[in-house]
Design a protein around this ligand. Sequence first.
Ligand code: F0G
Length: 455
Amino acid sequence: MPPPSTSAPGVRQTKFRFRCIACGDLSGSASQDFRCAHCGDLLEITYPHWKEAGRTAQNLKSAWTQRRLSQSAIDLSGVWRFRDLLPTLESDDQAITLREGNTPLYELPQCARITGVPRLFGKHQGLNPTGSFKDAGMTVAATFARLAGFRWVACASTGNTSASMAAYAARGSMRSLVLVPEGKISWSKLSQALDYGAVTCQLRTDFDGCLRLLQELVLRAPVYQLNSINPFRLEGQKTLALELLEQLDWQPPDHIIVPGGNLGNSSAIGKALLEMHALGLISRLPKLSVIQAEGANALVRTVREAAGKRLISVQAETRATAIRIGNPASWEKAVHVLEATGGACEQVTEVEIAQAKAEIGAEGIGCEPASAVTLAGLKKLVKQGFVKPEETVVLVLTGNLLKDPDFTMEFHRGDLFRGTADENASAALNPLRRPPIVLDATLDAVIRTLEQAEK
Ligand code: F0G
């Protein structure tokens, strides 16, 4: 039996098309690997009939506000509330939703002082149902997987995608297959996949090796791939930007700064900004900048050394394991949004990441290491004069602090850089460390500790 396709009955094809990002070929259906049938490049979803729909920016904004009063599951989702800019469902109850999105936009006063940028915000995607931004994309892609009749969904992951996919598959009564690099993802993320019932394979390779294998697997077995190569994922992740702009009363910030790994999220946010601009929802484009770990800097090198024309892959190594990716699938989409919005691409060191993470934690917010590259990157962009003190800046905090407790514990205990080349440089971070203190259970001991901490 041939595997079902995304053009199967139940998926309304009239409202959107797949478009190849390289040759522009338009199609009503996509193959299992979500690659262009003509040139093999990535696909994106496009909406040829938006203009004819005759909706004004004002209509859209008031529909989205109105839905906030509704108690229906689809309206309670911070993703599907914006469904006018997503692939259409036949009926509202088709959506597999965990009430994703609806994430807070926090002011970051301490980080603002540190960076010298008073109007600094963090959009905390780590407060999604499974603790990362992946849920926004997964609700849409899992929904379309089920509509297309798939029983199995699969992904390669550095941890967050697999946690999210496993949850949405379970909610949608589908089975899920997870491919993760052995020993290179955090236990928290792995444990989520297990608890949500995924078949979890720890492969003796890195993320890039897992993704390569998955791409071959989907051509051989009837499994639906839920990596960000899947353009439905990016449509869902677009809503991060819609919700952000709504929270800012549609006044665009000057800068949005996002971590870069496989480069799906930056591509999705950029696509949303360009669509919002084209639809008149915003009057100007924020600059979208992408920050990578120095040890996983494929996009930085691609932009600097090849002018964004060909991918320069790297052998990735970073303790920010979520972005330990050397061969990012969506690099062309990311280069496009950098160019279209005038954003920058920077890299930060392991020590800079650890420092920024502790600084965000000290705001009472916290995030995982990969998210902290945004603050570390902002410091650099301010130094370079690319970000001006009077500008408004939003950092996208992609994952929850609890996603990687080992990193946090090692940092505070002073073990994170022990025996590495960064050991000396990391001594400067000692004032940020708050190691746990083991004491006798006496009042005196606790009072002495309190007095010590006051000094
Ligand atoms: N931040 C976190 C916390 C992530 O988990 C990821 C990616 C990124 C940033 C980078 O986003 O890949 O869209 O550029 N995690 C993927 C995963 C690869 O498998 O969980 P990207």
